[in-house]
Design a protein around this ligand. Structure first.
Ligand SMILES: C[S@@+](CC[C@H](N)C(=O)[O-])C[C@H]1O[C@@H](n2cnc3c(N)ncnc32)[C@H](O)[C@@H]1O
Length: 382
């Protein structure tokens, strides 16, 4: 099978999960979500009197006025940067002050959130998504001050419906997992393989990807190493995936030396990292190390968010403040000092190539309306 055939078949496997979804409506919905998040930021800043009239403030002055907790200051920095980039706020490079924030009230925000709720129906997004958005938007001053932890809003309901809606975007996850599962099935079934398919999954966590991949591999010669930096996830995965006897469980930290964690160089047929590689303090170093773990011809599969939805800056980023993975200014990583967490699609492709890997496919394709969601699968070969 040629690379083009493989990419086409993997895309078809993903598409099959989207039957009945109005794909063309997705970009408009995502734009609406972004606009509503910008409105939430602006309404918060106005509500707290940060930019009255023509008054200009530096980021630090705005943070002091809002009493933003030190660990969350980078989030306010991002807010002002995206509001400026989107034309909601002006920035005077000479004085370093921001000013003239577009008017935005709580009433505007409520109207926009209702419209968002109407738009999400039909696209497969649960009601809990809008509920979570509304709850975080209402608590932004307290979240910034660290008076309310995001977890209190995320795990507010006993059945974890909100957390599930926030963590997994059903629509795109099903697509991405189907693509990954197709690629693994193909790798396991490739003629001429001697010995089992050796798969190393990194940051496997709650097993959102694993759960869709293991059934596809069952019954084939496979050795699957489920890893995470946290032992907590290993223990629960061991129970959850007990029926897959080809699975083993081990700690693995992508920010430590990957060649010194019990996996011999040149031994892995597939390394899978779903929604974890952006946690690398130095992405280039991680990719170079993963290349060393791969056997010649082996494949690195990455699932990554390639854009920062503004809604993340009003919600999930409050969970990321304490993380060591935000590359500090001066570190070698390409995000250093920018406050950015995710790499763009092009940046991933460039970094994969720079690490000595050959990109094989990335889906969804650039022109696909699904690409508006910003989630991608990359496959690259050693
Ligand atoms: C967003 S979750 C993704 C979980 C799973 N791969 C999925 O897609 O459902 C990120 C996972 O990365 C793990 N993680 C964070 N930092 C890590 C590190 N330095 N090394 C390995 N795993 C890490 C977390 O423990 C968490 O399980």
């Amino acid at each position: 099978m040629t690379t083009t055939d493989l990419a086409r078949d993997a895309a078809r496997a993903g598409d099959a999960t989207l039957v009945g979804v109005d794909r063309a409506a997705l970009p408009g919905f995502i734009r609406r979500l972004d606009e509503t998040a910008l409105l939430a930021m602006a309404a918060t800043l106005h509500g707290e009197g940060v930019f009255p009239g023509g008054v200009g403030r530096t980021t630090d002055q705005a943070a002091d006025l809002l009493r933003v907790a030190v660990r969350h200051r980078w989030i306010l920095h991002r807010w002002l940067a995206v509001l400026t980039a989107e034309g909601w706020l002006r920035h005077d490079a000479e004085t370093g002050r921001h000013h003239l924030l577009r008017p935005a009230t709580r009433a505007d925000l409520e109207a926009a959130t209702s419209a968002l709720d109407a738009a999400r129906t039909g696209l497969g997004y649960p009601a809990a998504m809008t509920r979570f958005f509304t709850a975080t938007a209402a608590h932004l001053p307290q979240l910034l001050r660290d008076e309310v932890p995001l977890q209190a809003l995320l795990f507010a309901d006993e059945d974890l419906e909100t957390a599930e809606a926030a963590y997994k975007d059903n629509l795109v996850n099903a697509y991405l997992n189907a693509v990954v599962a197709h690629l693994l099935r193909d790798a396991a079934g490739r003629p001429g393989r001697s010995g089992p398919l050796r798969v190393l999954e990194l940051g496997a966590g709650v097993g959102g990807t694993t759960a869709d991949v293991l059934p596809v591999l069952a019954g084939r010669p496979v050795r699957y190493r489920f890893t995470d930096v946290s032992r907590f996830f290993l223990d629960s995965a061991r129970k959850r995936f007990a029926c897959y006897d080809f699975c083993e469980y081990a700690l693995f930290d992508i920010n430590a030396d990957v060649l010194d964690q019990g996996v011999a160089p040149g031994t892995q047929d597939v390394v899978l990292a779903a929604n974890v590689a952006h946690n690398a303090v130095d992405v280039a170093r991680l990719l170079a190390g993963l290349r060393e773990l791969l056997a010649p011809g082996g494949t690195l599969l990455l699932v990554e968010s390639c854009r920062e939805h503004y809604q993340i800056a009003t919600s999930m980023q409050f969970l990321m403040s304490a993380r060591p993975g935000v590359p500090a200014a001066g570190s070698g990583d390409l995000r250093a000092g920018t406050g950015r967490i995710f790499l763009t699609r092009q940046q991933w492709l460039t970094q994969l190539t720079a690490a000595g890997l050959t990109p094989l496919l990335d889906l969804p394709e650039a022109g696909d309306p699904l690409a508006a969601l910003g989630q991608h699968v990359f496959a690259a070969v050693r």
